[in-house]
Design a protein around this ligand. Structure first.
Ligand SMILES: CC(C)[C@H](C(=O)O)[C@@H](O)C(=O)O
Ligand code: SF4
Length: 404
């Protein structure tokens, strides 16, 4: 029986199957400066509450346009701080990092928990073994106020990872490989459950995979905690996986998603040589320690190509501090990278590195539709931090294995 169905059956004390409408308690609810204004508006003006009736964990994150680049952002942040303090909501202020990363590394979510976030990449948190749903601000306002949410239980597709990754191939390349599948539609509206040789990708890489389940059109994805997966013990008969996809990890090459969308996937080798103006290494997709490590290893003793801006934004203060301790930041700064505070920034074209008309970027983020990172006529190639750093050094899209 798929993990999510077991989780829900356990929480509700009765067997749950795909298609069932469930009403469930929410353990953690969160929003950020892009979505909290509407959450606040609903709580205050629609629900007309003066305090939270729920006792679940609730957090606000100031991460999207942070530290405030405009007066409008500054006023949103101020409103969030005031509301959080009045309603007993925890706050991660500017500089702490990106919501999903902070939820994972601060242990705010764990196996078997139900998490609701006002952000489409909340499924990243599925790496902890939680059921993590990205909902609209209105639904999040309800979960924040009353502690419950409801949805129709989705079917689950199992993705079995087999073997090991080749040198310089990362979780991001596996995510892009999955997006390039002809039958990527299989994931649409379903849950993706990862199984198999999970350690071959590691937790940071698995978080990249759960993060990009949003682009795969899945409702969410989950990495069942080791052992738990096998504990079916026959007591829940229930349904099974609706589909299964195996990935031979050693067949995955460094990949890119070419503009204008995430499904336009190709091996890096097929686009090598495309000139780039900017490289961005960061975001909730690839701003973790492993990503900083790979970028630093490639950049060590080398220089970013003149004329290329290479922006590096660790996803959290913790990642930044650990990267500093390990010497990665020193290497990256000496290589000519620009260090950004932990923020979404350029990922969403908010600040800290927008693209001008006609410019081309290689980015470790998760979306590349026209205008995502700046001008509508700029172009974004999504890639792993290894490919991004290699491309920053040569000024052209480059297979990272040339620096191996
Ligand atoms: C601003 C926010 C609503 C948005 C999302 O939910 O995805 C952002 O994080 C993004 O990545 O585009
Ligand atoms: S880093 Fe990018 S994808 Fe992630 S939450 Fe921020 S804007 Fe969204």
């Amino acid at each position: 029986m798929p993990f999510i169905e077991r989780l829900l059956s356990k929480r509700l004390g009765k067997e749950v199957s795909p298609g069932d409408m469930v009403f469930v308690p929410v353990d953690l609810v969160y929003a950020h400066d892009g979505t909290a204004p509407l959450v606040i508006e609903v709580v205050v003006n629609e629900l007309k509450l003066e305090k939270r009736l729920a006792r679940n964990k609730a957090f606000f994150f100031i991460d999207h346009a942070s530290p405030a680049p405009t007066l409008a952002a500054a006023s949103v942040h101020k409103k969030m701080r005031e509301f959080a303090s009045r309603f007993g909501i925890g706050l991660f202020d500017a500089g702490e990092g990106i919501s999903h990363q902070l939820v994972i590394e601060s242990g705010l979510a764990g196996p078997g928990e139900i998490v609701v976030g006002a952000d489409s990449h909340t499924p990243t948190v599925g790496v902890t073994g939680a059921l993590a749903l990205g909902l609209g601000s209105t639904d999040v306002a309800v979960a924040l106020s009353y502690g419950y949410t409801w949805f129709t239980v989705p079917e689950t597709v199992e993705v079995v990872l087999m073997g090991t990754l080749k040198h310089m191939v990362m979780g991001k390349d596996v995510a892009l490989w999955l997006l390039g599948l002809k039958d990527v539609e299989k994931f649409h509206g379903r849950v993706i459950e990862y199984a198999g040789d999970l350690q071959a990708i590691g937790l940071d890489g698995l978080a990249t995979l759960t993060n990009m389940s949003t682009e795969m059109m899945a409702v969410t994805s989950v990495v069942p905690p080791e052992g738990l997966r096998e504990q079916t013990n026959g007591s829940w008969m229930g349904s099974d996986y609706v589909d299964e996809i195996s990935v031979q990890l050693d067949e995955v090459e460094p990949m890119v998603a070419r503009p204008p969308d995430v499904f336009n996937v190709a091996p890096v080798s097929s686009v090598e040589g495309v000139e780039v103006d900017q490289v961005f290494i960061g975001s909730c997709t690839n701003g973790r320690l492993e990503d900083m490590e790979v970028a630093a290893k490639i950049a060590r003793g080398r220089r970013v190509k003149s004329g290329v801006r290479c922006i590096v934004a660790p996803a959290s203060r913790k990642v930044l501090l650990e990267s500093l301790d390990r010497g990665y930041i020193d290497i990256l700064l000496k290589a000519g990278c620009i260090l950004s505070p932990p923020t979404c920034g350029p990922c969403v074209g908010a600040h800290m590195g927008l693209l001008a008309e006609g410019e081309v970027a290689v980015s470790t983020t998760n979306r590349n539709f026209p205008g995502r990172m700046g001008h509508r006529k700029s172009e974004v190639y999504l890639a792993s931090p290894a490919t991004a750093m290699a491309s920053a050094l040569t000024g052209r899209i480059t297979d990272p294995r040339v620096f191996a």
